[in-house]
Design a protein. Sequence first.
Length: 208
Amino acid sequence: MIIPAVRMRRAHRLRLVPIAALIAGALAALSATPASATPASATPASATPASARPGGAAVPAPTFIGTHLRKAESNLCLVAQAGPGERPVIQTQCAGFADQGWAFRDVGNGRYQIFSTFLADGNGNAMCLVSRGSGETPAVATTCDSFADQFWTADEFLGLPFPHDKNAWRFESANPVNSNHCLVARGTSQATKTTCAMFSDQFWVLDS
């Protein structure tokens, strides 16, 4: 869906969360839950069943922290599920599961890191959303660092002609190599980046 030009302003109201304050919670979540906190139908085969955990006792799911990144044209949210290595950033139905939680860290000059409030790498570091290269490479959650391809700018658009969401955000890569490339998730596919345009699949609503 192509949308007409609307009023835009630089982000001033992104929900910023201290990154260190969430790492302990992410580590606890990883040690206490199966490979995904999403519904059973979406859980990968590598998820650890209750019978395989110590004592065979079920472990309660962790509490949702942060904000949903919900696509403005649907009820699909970005998610990075637990597992080894870098994790693909995909879409699932928004449901308040912990692995759908994201937060923003201000890195200066109008740039932000978008990091998972659920994941931590093997060394206890937070994991940030990244789409590398100059083309439409699949987005993943990887260890947060000072690489330019982990930095995004954020603009809020007001008065969008969506049925339910009139205000939404667009996130543009702050990497000079990817000038004018925005976070997008087409259909039900994995998130990536593409040339910024007034397409509805490039706009995101921040839901708590």
